[in-house]
Design a protein. Structure first.
Length: 542
């Protein structure tokens, strides 16, 4: 018994020392799979086998020190977080001090983390400790101080989800990101995409005309449009989703998308979950599809004017513009362009059509502006729409009320900490600005819950702090796809408004955007609009 007690005390002390000497000082999220194997899988397997090989009494004597080590480790973590953590002075739920587990119902099960954080700011103020090492800051000043080019904040463990590989979005090293970004910028600023987007607008128009008068599921229809457009941008080839059966990859991505909720809750859980046998096979299958997609693009003779062509040319030239990225990095970049570029634009389009259907008077005014810009038999063009302020206002209001990343993009303060919105944040702390909350804060926008396109033109008094509007983020990590997305939004919305009136099916009109599908938009790192239906009625001849 003395030996066992001594062993337990030593093991307990070793657990405490492991936390204070090792785990507290480094980023371990990327090593979630290894830690799981070492601390959980291996011991369970070992003891499971030992049950059949040795006496259970000896097995128990061996298990107690291991449990003592785990107890010391866990107790040290909880004690530190509750009593000694550098963020202890910030208000927030008491459970948030100890673990992120408290967020599971809202972040994972309901996918309503943005709403939970919004309520927390209403209860605790502008600075809220939402996780053991994360502060949510509801202040427009924090946007520039966290994301501007001169910020000292960096990308933290949140962005290790693809480790050891990386995409543009998940690149933590600034030098790598900067070099990779140049290639992305060249592709997204090309002016050769407009004819293809217009072609997809016509395909959308033809499809809806064929089914006009019937209730159409909007989110799926718009997703097919944005996937076709992103196919052109990424590889110069449409996915042909508007012309036929959606590609099986789209169905796989939709089934896989909810797992992104784990990223908001705890990145290490996301990493661990993706490596479970079933999901690992699904991930490998998707990555294999993207790999084949890239290889097919390499076989095409014309290497120009699309994203993959710039990456392939850079690789063939042996230049260093792409950094030290591997082929697998290119696969993740392709996934990022296709999926993120499609989902975010489809969400904004869905949001815009919802509000247009709710407000026929807005449709009438918007139609008048578009007719004036491209009427008289003039062809629809992006350049003609650039001066349409009311159209721009409708897009901006959709982005404001349903931002693409509702919970914002987390960053990590540097080794010296940072002063953000006049408050000192300790070193190595995760900080984020909840975009959904700042977009709906009455200190930033008057009547923040209302869809008012004129606030962006003839009613500037309704905007109190314009710097609070950040649907595409700011700084060096801002959304590279903004120019292309805005072109898609302008062209398709103009096409729809010129040709249709929008109505909800009788008895199927949601009270508000937050009631769509019974839950409202879901926060899966990027916003997702639940399924809803609209009737597209052909515009009467005038």
């Amino acid at each position: 018994m003395t030996y066992s007690l001594t062993a337990c005390l030593l093991a307990f002390s070793a657990g405490v020392s492991a936390h204070l000497g090792i785990f507290i000082k480094n980023d371990w999220d990327r090593h979630a799979v290894t830690l799981f194997h070492v601390f959980i899988a291996a011991p369970v397997l070992g003891f499971g086998l030992a049950i059949f090989l040795v006496d259970w009494v000896y097995l128990l004597q061996a298990a107690v020190p291991l449990l003592s080590f785990d107890s010391g480790l866990c107790l040290s973590i909880l004690t530190y977080r509750h009593f000694f953590h550098a963020l202890g002075r910030f208000p927030g739920p008491r459970r948030a001090r100890l673990s992120s587990i408290w967020a599971v119902p809202d972040a994972v099960i309901k996918a309503q983390w943005h709403l939970r954080v919004n309520r927390l700011h209403g209860e605790y103020g502008d600075f809220v400790r939402i996780k053991p090492n994360e502060i949510s800051i509801n202040n427009p000043e924090a946007i520039k101080e966290i994301h501007d080019i001169h910020t000292k904040c960096t990308k933290g463990p949140f962005y290790d989800v693809n480790y050891p590989h990386q995409s543009l979005q998940m690149a933590r090293k600034k030098a790598y990101h900067s070099k990779r970004r140049r290639l992305w910028d060249r592709a997204f600023t090309s002016r050769g995409y407009e004819p293809h987007v217009l072609e997809h607008c016509q395909s959308f128009l033809d499809l809806v005309l064929y089914q006009r008068g019937t209730a159409l599921e909007v989110t799926n229809l718009l997703s097919r449009f944005t996937w076709d457009s992103m196919g052109i941008l990424v590889s110069g080839r449409s996915f042909n989703m508007l012309h036929g059966t959606p590609h099986e990859v789209l169905d796989q991505v939709r089934k896989y998308a909810p797992i992104a909720r784990l990223l908001l809750w705890a990145p290490w859980v996301m990493i661990l979950t993706r490596n479970l046998p079933i999901l690992e096979r699904q991930t490998a299958s998707l990555m294999e599809w993207y790999t084949q997609y890239i290889e097919e693009r390499k076989k095409q003779a014309d290497l120009s004017h699309d994203l993959l062509s710039y990456f392939i040319q850079d690789s063939l030239s042996g230049s260093s513009h792409a950094g030290k990225g591997t082929d697998q990095d290119l696969v993740f970049d392709t996934e990022l362009a296709v999926v993120a570029g499609s989902d975010t634009t489809a969400t904004t389009l869905s949001c815009a059509l919802f509000f247009l259907a709710k407000n026929p008077n807005i449709v009438k005014e918007l139609r008048g502006e578009i007719d004036a810009a491209v009427g008289g038999g003039k062809p629809l063009s992006h350049s003609a729409l650039l001066g349409c302020q009311y159209l721009e206002g409708c897009i901006n209001e959709s982005l404001r009320l349903c931002p693409p990343t509702p919970s914002g993009l987390p960053r990590e303060t540097g080794s010296q900490g940072a002063i953000i919105a006049g408050t000192y944040i300790p070193p190595r702390s995760t900080v984020s600005v909840p975009v959904y909350t700042v977009h709906r804060d009455p200190r930033n926008f008057q009547d923040p819950e209302q869809f008012i396109p004129k606030r962006w033109s003839s009613r500037p008094d309704l905007i109190i702090r314009r710097e609070a509007f950040v649907p595409f983020s700011i700084g060096p990590y801002s959304c590279v796809g903004k120019p292309f997305a805005m072109m898609e939004l302008r062209l398709l919305l103009a096409t729809i408004v010129k040709n249709f009136n929008l109505e909800f099916p009788p008895g199927d009109e949601p009270d508000s955007l937050d009631r769509i599908g019974g839950t409202g938009p879901q926060d899966c790192f990027v916003a997702r609009i639940p399924s809803f239906h609209l009737i597209f009625k052909a515009r009467a001849k005038e």
